[in-house]
Write a protein that binds this ligand. Structure first.
Ligand code: UN1
Length: 504
């Protein structure tokens, strides 16, 4: 074992504890595999059981803490994150690879969520509504769900856990969180923040380990009332099936294959910046990443040339070096998958016009780096048009009309994010209406959602829920309808309704 490698523990019932297995796993920096970020607990069902039991017990008290108080703790968590932003961002870059500016944004997204949620604690509005009977009061209130299991991804290692943890806490739930095994440190930092601001023991529990040994038992546990998952569509499908047995509430955020339409009247310089940021930001490893660029034939050659020139200038390297603009793939197998898609694209007849290779040489020797890659003349039959890649590979597709552009954009299994670049207000509004996605942009890239709006997608991207925004409360609470009869007699709904006046 390498020297001076920190060992990090699980957090269960307010204590930092080792996994029952006594084993750990390595967390490696994908930009420099010589660096072991830390050793994390290789947990299993026994640790999950302990964590769920702690969360179940803590729920008894936590649900009774007034929501404005719970929200105040979440606000303090956000302020703690603000104070520690630089360190949190650096840790995230070390374990995940994306450039520092982006991990700062990732942490900021968590802070934004904390401040947003802290206000929700003083709202959480229900309704009062007249009863159909006299001397009777009717209202709705939000109730927490109980123990929420969270399985979070590595690409937004801070923001996405915050999207889940913060509204869940404000609503009065308790939590067992299993971070992606590539990014356990960032979530550990978040949990430390919870500890530091005084969130009571057992309210948030953190268990690291594999999907099969930790994720599965969490999803199947009878005392877990809800699962919130962000990750691949395949894993999301399995979670949905596994949880069906117990009718748990499930929130799923899954794949994307997002497209930008560039019309013939677009401001091409603006579109260029947006497409390059959307496609190669975060090394293409966002579910909102721009993976398809649909360009009107009148400007196709010109725009393609601009894209290639710009993509070639992107500085790839270790994200801790502020000069770099694009970091590595998360691991070797993701890099190999990206390179395999380059082969697939080539074989199915797309034109590789930029990049396509693994980066080698001294600077890249210890990391999983590849060139920003562009395929031209892609068509709708190709796999690179259809499948989510999760790497820095952009497919460019020529179209002859606005109608064909919309049809091409919608020809997709997923429906997370979409965009159009045009200066024609009629086209912009038609696209806003007709593109079938959960998020849509006009004259902006497919990435960059803000936390106070609902986040999520249609088709195989989600299961009808939305994270973030006010909709996060829907995800992490349940409605209770309450009737208070102060008439002192039995009043039968639908039957005794003529007591005061009879309507003919
Ligand atoms: C993701 O890719 O999983 O809209 C989340 C965005 C970010 C969140 C991305 N705010 O690109």
């Amino acid at each position: 074992m390498a020297k001076n490698v920190p060992v990090y523990k699980n957090f269960i019932n307010g204590k930092w504890v080792s996994a029952k297995s006594g084993k750990t796993f390595k967390n490696i920096n994908p930009a420099d595999t010589r660096e072991i970020v830390g050793l994390f607990q290789d947990s299993d069902e026994r640790d999950v059981n302990d964590a769920v039991a702690a969360a179940k017990e803590a729920f008894k008290k936590w649900r009774l803490v007034p929501a404005p108080k719970r929200a105040e703790l979440v606000m303090n968590l956000g302020l703690w994150m603000k104070k520690n932003k630089e360190k949190l961002a650096k840790d995230a870059t070390r374990e995940m690879g994306k450039v520092l500016n982006e991990t700062r944004g990732d942490v900021q997204e968590g802070i934004d969520m904390a401040l947003f949620c802290s206000g929700e604690g003083r709202r959480m509005y229900g309704e009062t509504t007249p009863s159909e009977l006299p001397d009777k009061f009717a209202m709705t209130v939000r109730e927490p769900l109980g123990v929420c299991g969270m399985i979070t991804p590595w690409n937004f290692p801070m923001a996405i856990p915050c999207w889940k943890v913060m509204p869940a806490l404000v609503c009065g739930n308790t939590i067992v969180i299993k971070p992606a095994s590539f990014t356990p440190l960032t979530v550990l930092n978040l949990v430390k923040g919870c500890e530091e601001v005084g969130i009571p023991k057992g309210v948030i529990n953190y268990v690291t380990g594999s999907g099969s040994k930790v994720g599965d038992p969490l999803v199947k546990h009878k005392d877990v009332n809800m699962i919130s998952f962000t990750g691949s569509t395949d894993v999301g499908r399995n979670i949905n099936i596994a949880a069906a047995e117990s009718f748990k509430k499930i929130g799923l955020e899954m794949g994307g294959k997002n497209a930008v339409i560039v019309m013939d009247d677009a401001n091409l310089d603006l579109a260029l910046e947006g497409v390059v940021w959307g496609a190669f930001g975060t090394t293409g490893q966002r579910c909102t990443a721009t993976s398809r660029c649909i360009v009107h034939r009148k400007v196709y050659n010109k725009f393609l040339k601009m894209l290639i020139e710009k993509a070639k200038t992107i500085k790839v390297g270790n994200g801790l070096d502020e000069k770099n603009e694009m970091g590595p793939a998360i691991d070797e197998s993701q890099l190999l998958k990206d390179l395999e898609y380059v082969e697939i694209g080539r074989k199915e007849g797309a034109k590789l016009v930029c990049g396509g290779k693994r980066l080698t040489g001294e600077k890249y020797k210890y990391g999983f780096f590849m060139e920003p890659t562009i395929f031209a003349d892609v068509n709708r039959k190709m796999r690179i048009f259809k499948e989510e890649i999760f790497g820095p590979i952009l497919s460019v597709i020529p179209v002859n009309s606005f109608e064909e552009a919309i049809e091409t954009q919608n020809d997709c299994l997923y429906g997370l994010s979409g965009s159009i670049y045009t200066q024609d207000v009629n086209r912009a509004f038609s696209a806003m209406r007709d593109v079938h996605t959960g998020i849509f942009y006009v004259n902006a890239p497919t990435i960059g959602a803000e936390i106070h709006l609902p986040f999520g997608g249609v088709k195989q991207t989600g299961n009808g829920h939305r994270e973030a925004g006010k909709t996060a409360l829907e995800l992490f609470s349940e409605w209770k309808s309450i009737y208070v009869d102060f008439s002192g007699r039995l009043q039968r709904a639908q039957i005794d309704t003529d007591a005061l006046v009879k309507v003919k």
